[in-house]
Design a protein around this ligand. Structure first.
Ligand SMILES: Cc1ncc(COP(=O)(O)O)c(C=O)c1O
Length: 296
């Protein structure tokens, strides 16, 4: 997989002001840095327009509410700021990272000692998957690192705590694979390190429920919606690890990765890569992105 890269035309905004990347700094006493105490969103933009921004802001609000973090800016202000940054970007399409940290506090982790959250936005060009991935597929492993139980940390909350995912990603790196699939304590599939997972079995599109450790992914939701419109049956249900190997198709999806078919799991080839349902959904997703981000 190619390295993710930030280019020097990256735009930054911190606590209400646009600034140069070199000046976009926060305190080392910020609990986002010290404890991963904060929430974030990764958003795509196309044609200088954010894609599904309202859904991302709604999820950000839910995540912040879950950890009792007050977002210092209204959704209207964040929308206006993101729209302005996307218009300013030198590149028509790219990636937006919106982060709210707990802010500066004492060395103890008690969040009650943090009085002012930090909010920042980064707008950059970013390549998460190699362009050939949507035809050639990617290689995956099933990680030994178990997905944190959603009863320990609700997997619908998109927090700054990604160590669980990072450990799984390191396993993929060590195995020379592109991605890692995480299982929960019951041995059911949760998701990949930064993507949701779908299988196709007997023409039905299946993805795990959030209780199994999956983020309530916006791409996942969009694919379920598009599949419904296309008359493809869908199910949200647990996927035992063994079902990955007997599936007709396996693919991952997320804002960064978009949709990528899985070519192999632990060096065992999947049945179809890319499979026919992946191809239909991939096309329909591209049309949906175009529709949503047409010039206004
Ligand atoms: C752990 C995890 N799962 C799934 C996803 C996919 O979610 P979305 O489609 O909302 O980007 C992401 C990426 O945001 C993620 O970090």
């Amino acid at each position: 997989m190619s390295q993710s890269q930030f280019h020097n035309n990256t735009l930054c905004w911190l606590n209400g002001e646009q600034c140069l990347p070199a000046n976009a700094t926060i305190s080392i006493f910020d609990h986002g840095v010290l404890y991963g105490d904060g929430v974030f969103e990764g958003i795509r933009f196309y044609n200088h327009q954010p894609f599904l921004l309202n859904q991302h802001l709604a999820r950000l609000q839910r995540s912040a509410h879950h950890i009792e973090l007050d977002i210092p800016f209204s959704n209207e202000k964040l929308t206006e700021t993101i729209n302005t940054l996307c218009l300013q970007a030198e590149f028509a399409a790219g990636y937006i990272r919106l982060v709210i940290t707990r802010g500066k506090g004492g060395l103890g982790m008690n969040p009650k000692n943090c009085h002012e959250a930090n909010t920042f936005i980064i707008v950059a060009e970013l390549e998460m998957m190699p362009p050939e991935a949507s035809n050639a597929g990617i290689s995956t492993i099933i990680a030994k690192t178990q997905r944190i139980s959603s009863r320990a940390l609700d997997s619908r909350t998109k927090s700054l705590n990604y160590l669980n995912n990072i450990l799984a990603k390191q396993e993929a790196n060590a195995a020379n694979a592109d991605e890692a699939i995480l299982l929960n304590s019951q041995g059911n599939v949760a998701e990949a390190s930064a993507e949701n997972l779908f299988i196709v079995k007997d023409d039905c599109l299946i993805t795990p429920p959030c209780q199994d450790g999956a983020l309530e992914g916006i791409t996942r939701g969009t694919l379920l919606f598009l599949a419904d419109k296309m008359g493809i049956p869908t199910e949200i249900r647990s996927i035992p690890a063994a079902s990955l190997l007997t599936a007709d198709e396996v693919f991952l999806c997320g804002t960064g990765a978009r949709i990528v078919p899985v070519r192999c799991i632990d060096e065992i080839e999947t049945a179809n890569c890319p499979g026919p349902i992946f191809n239909q959904l991939n096309l329909s997703y591209s049309h949906f992105v175009e529709e949503q981000t047409l010039s206004k």
